[in-house]
Ligand binder design. Sequence first.
Ligand SMILES: Nc1ncnc2c1ncn2[C@@H]1O[C@H](COP(=O)(O)OP(=O)(O)OP(=O)(O)O)[C@@H](O)[C@H]1O
Length: 774
Amino acid sequence: MGKKNADWNREQDRVNYVLEEITEKVSKLEAKVGGIKGEIVGLRKSFWDDVTVNLDEPDDVLETFQSIKQQSELLGERERSHRQVHKHIKTLERLKYSPYFGRFDFVEENEENLEEVYIGIASLLDKNEEDFLIYDWRAPISSLYYDYYPGEAKYDTPFGTIEGEMKLKRQFIIKNGTLKSMFDTGVTIGDEMLQEVLGGNSNTQMKSIVATIQREQNKIIRNESSRYLLVQGVAGSGKTSAALQRVAYLLYRYREQLSSSNIMLFSPNPLFNSYVATVLPELGEDNMQQSTFQEYVEYRLEKYFDIENPFEQMEYLLTDMDDEKYDTRLTSITFKASLSCKDLIDSYVKELGKDGLRFKNIRFKGKVIVSKEAIKDHFYSLDSAISIPNRLTILTDWLMKELIRIEKKERKKDWVIEEAELMDQEEYLKAFKELQRKQQFTEETFDDFEREQALLAKEIVRRYFKPLKQAVKKLDYLDIIGTYQQMFERYIDHDLTEKWKQICHLTIENIEKKQLSYEDATPFLYLQDQIEGKKSNTAIRHLFIDEAQDYSPFQLAYFKQLFPSSRMTILGDYNQAIYAHSMNAPTLLSPELYEAGKHEVIQLTKSYRSTQEIVEFTKGLVQGGDQIEPFNRSGALPTLTEVETEESLKEKVIERVEELEQSGHKTIAIICKTAKESKEAFEALHDRLEVRLMDEETYSFDKGVLILPTYLAKGIEFDAVIIYNGSNECYGREYERKLFYTACTRAMHELHIFSVGDKSVFFSGIPETKYQVV
Ligand SMILES: Nc1ncnc2c1ncn2[C@@H]1O[C@H](COP(=O)(O)OP(=O)(O)OP(=O)(O)O)[C@@H](O)[C@H]1O
């Protein structure tokens, strides 16, 4: 805490002055908003007065159309500017609460003039629109604040590099317009502010880190040179934080070309989505698009399958070790994540160009009207030099013509006549209106009985054929499921990986049951897209993939196809790779998956989330842990409590939770290995503790005591973490090491591990001085 001296008073005076300026700006803008609002209301009211409506003659229709268009454009333009001014006011109001968080003084090389640069979440000009009272943290000059301590410093601008000397660097905490603390940063120190921020309670929503962005994080945020930016960062090093600040940065830097709809974030689960959803609005920006891979898979394949999600896959791998198909499943998962699987599909698709594509019969009223053989024959009669998707377009045209031909024949059939007779009044009128709409005849001619019957028949059959035609346009006549299954039938005698035969049998068995395992999702989508034509989303210009260690090389190849015009920021930690396919295999974080010269790797080794004691403990759990550097913030040693029975586990956990609550911790997570164990823990505890069980359907969380499996805790943090059962029975297999590490690294201030029976073998890498046995 800085001393209340002359400097302090001067800074508070400046804050007051800036606040006055803001207040004045706000009232000017409010007057403007009022004006625009009045105009909008007026425009809406008089919308139809100023529109000439005349539909008698084609020329009049055109004029009417033009005049409506003109009016609505005017309205739209006013509404847009209303929204903009409104947004501006909101930002100013945020500034009013806390106008800035940093200052530095800078003298440019060969210049006399010293500039005092104040940095906040948005820029503010003075009354005369000449000088910056506040610089946006994303402005080129602001990077000095994050990259340098007092001394020589330089920054890049679109017009070149500017060099100079930083004379002073100061940090502020301003709340509600009042200066709360102020720190001057020397050449080596500068962590007081960070100490203060990190020492606080965790939050159920992620916070922005603009005031304390670290130099290495700033590199990620402002990187503009690479197509693929890979970030390998240890647990709690600020990967997610940096990613979100980077979104805000890009929206500012490219504000003319880029909007929030051009940016997309893939995150590990819906809970995480809501956890990060407030960061950008807090910075005055709109949120990017957010999704999970699973949501995309469901959107595409829900109509075909009962789809397994990644958590169900993991639950199976962690709990069903005795299943006879377990090992087959494990190798299947590994294979289907690899680029070898992609190669297999590529060569299969080549073969399909010549033969083997499967089709479905087109049926009408239970009868086959175009057989799958006929469809297939037609498809393979087309020039094989034409790609499969293009041949399908030609095939679709042919099928549409066939359907029209059959539809015409159908009109004379008995069922149509019967149906026309049975039509009730209401339906009859509807059909009549529909015919009239199409201007096929005028009211007078409808009295002509025969003609009326013929037209009704036409309408009845048209209605029946409509869904058929729609299905054909959507390529529903392709048997994509059969074609996928056939790949495993056709290649069953090849020897593509360990247990290949069994993998083929297992896949065929599942597909026949209309079940899609999580590991089959990417291969299936990929095959479908090679056949039907590549789907691509060119609107997305920046794709962010968080927890990237969970994705496979095959998924990356798929993403590249899906987002062809997108740059990618890929963030993760190989020590938290908890999915089976990533065991001893490359993940999205492996640089060799990217074209040379197009990617850049940034490493983050400092952990900000947890206390030094927790980091010193957790680093012993993983390979290469000695690289992990704790941030200098002290707390209690992690504890280990070994108990004999479930009953005493329950008692000890309750005791600990109560203690934690008393010492003021707001979010306390009891982390279990699986959903199964979480349920058991909940059953054991809920009578005596107010606890909430979280599952994959949980989309947000509140403060309190939470029970959840590790894979849902990914990316999130809590004041205190209790590992419900860190025994060797639970965490004994190598495969479970990273799961254990991920769970322990969720803790900010306290970590307590319980164990029924012997503790996990993973403790063997941790010196006994790093934890306390209780
Ligand atoms: N520069 C910073 N200033 C303030 N807080 C920071 C900074 N960097 C990181 N933090 C804090 O550290 C915690 C961890 O950050 P974040 O969740 O972004 O890390 P991560 O690398 O994505 O973690 P993990 O891989 O373990 O999920 C958060 O509470 C975040 O606010």
